[in-house]
Design a protein. Structure first.
Length: 380
């Protein structure tokens, strides 16, 4: 794996805060032209996307050749990453977004052997309006690992393992008691043991025990730091020089310090600008198969990391313990759809702003020409 070029500024004397930035190019992958129609629905697509390197910055002088950071190209759109460091993220939490989970992976993962560590600190939990939601589940951080190119919902598939602030570990939508509750001010350490194939966590330096035994396949496929958040802001640390707490033993290395051969770059596309992104608009009457086609297209093209914009996708983000929220709104469907529509409009605005260049699929009926023209215009 070729290291991305970098430039490190000299450290500020006597300062403990964030180390100086490193400017580098993210890894890129060539994209292929997307297929664009199904028997039950039609889609209109802009020019095919191509991935290209995009300049970003990290924040540790000892990251050296491999600056590990949060990857905004492999994340839900309503999660905002600090572009100056790439080491902090905050949840959008108004206009219905307070009900959605937001997932994100890192720019690099680890494979092979050894014991690897990274830290997550919960720095803020905004007050949110969620009257029907228990207080202890309004602001939640879930930390863990996942295979590349898999679901952003940490701990809700067979390819990811997580530990949440409600003292629950999660895997394949199975939530079990583990560890302790945690929240603002707490630092959670994640230990990936590829030698003994175990995943463990610490809280403020205290070892919480083994959470999961990992399958042997992760040594080849690789594991990426993964975060799934609801109404919390976090900071992450991948380097020993900026550690909040030391790892439990001296054999454990921070992810940012492991050898090149054991690192792997995130495989999703990283468009350099909106003009390099792919745009698909679904067109068809209700219940003709548009959403099915769009979801299948996303699964068939995981490297493109499509942002699927539609009320169905929003409701999917509003899960409760891995279960879609409509189960909790059986007699309040109209209320749920009103909230989902508000979130959808917020995401459309963010997607069209180009703040984070992403490949997009708009999943609505769009049967009227004027409606199609109006919705496409912000993306031009």
């Amino acid at each position: 794996m070729q290291a991305p070029p970098y430039r490190a500024a000299p450290p500020a004397a006597g300062e403990r805060g964030p180390p100086p930035p490193i400017v580098y190019d993210l890894p890129s992958k060539s994209s292929s032209t997307s297929s664009s129609s199904s028997s039950s629905s039609s889609s209109s697509s802009s020019s095919s996307s191509s991935s290209s390197s995009c300049s970003s910055s990290s924040s540790s002088s000892s990251f050296s050749l491999f600056p590990v950071r949060l990857d905004a190209a492999d994340a839900h759109l309503d999660l905002e990453v600090d572009a100056s460091t790439g080491l902090s993220a905050s949840c959008m939490h108004t206009n219905g977004c307070q009900y959605t989970w937001k997932g994100i992976r890192s720019t690099y993962g680890v494979r092979g052997s050894g014991q690897v560590y990274f830290e997550t600190k919960v720095v803020h939990a905004p007050t949110v309006v969620m009257p029907e939601t228990p207080v202890h589940t309004r602001n939640v951080c879930r930390v863990g690992v996942s295979l590349p190119l898999t679901s952003l919902f940490l701990g809700e598939s067979s390819d990811s393992w997580g530990y949440g602030g409600t003292a629950k570990k999660s895997y394949s939508r199975k939530f079990e008691n583990y560890g302790e509750t945690y929240g603002v001010g707490d630092v959670i350490g994640t230990i990936i043991d590829l030698d003994d194939l175990r995943l463990s966590f610490t809280k403020n330096g205290k070892f919480l025990g083994v959470a999961y035994d990992l399958p042997p396949r992760v040594r080849d496929s690789g594991l990426f730091p993964h975060f799934c958040l609801k109404n919390v802001d976090i900071q992450v640390n991948f380097n020993a020089a900026s550690a909040w707490f030391p790892p439990p033993n001296s054999k454990i290395q921070f992810l940012g310090d492991v050898p090149e051969k054991d690192l792997m770059a995130n495989l999703v596309e990283h468009p350099a600008s909106p003009k390099d992104c792919e745009f698909i608009m679904m067109v068809g009457v209700p219940a003709c198969g548009k959403t099915f086609w769009a979801e299948q297209h996303c699964r068939a093209n995981p490297r493109k990391s499509f942002v699927l914009l539609g009320t169905n996708a929003v409701i999917d983000q509003m899960r409760v313990m891995g279960v879609k929220r409509q189960s909790n709104y059986a007699e309040r469907w109209e209320e749920l759809m009103t909230t989902a529509t508000s979130v959808f409009n917020t995401l459309i605005e963010r997607a069209s702003s180009g703040a984070v260049p992403r490949n997009v699929i708009i999943d609505q009926t769009n049967v009227f020409k004027n409606a199609r023209r109006r919705k496409v215009q912000p993306f031009r």
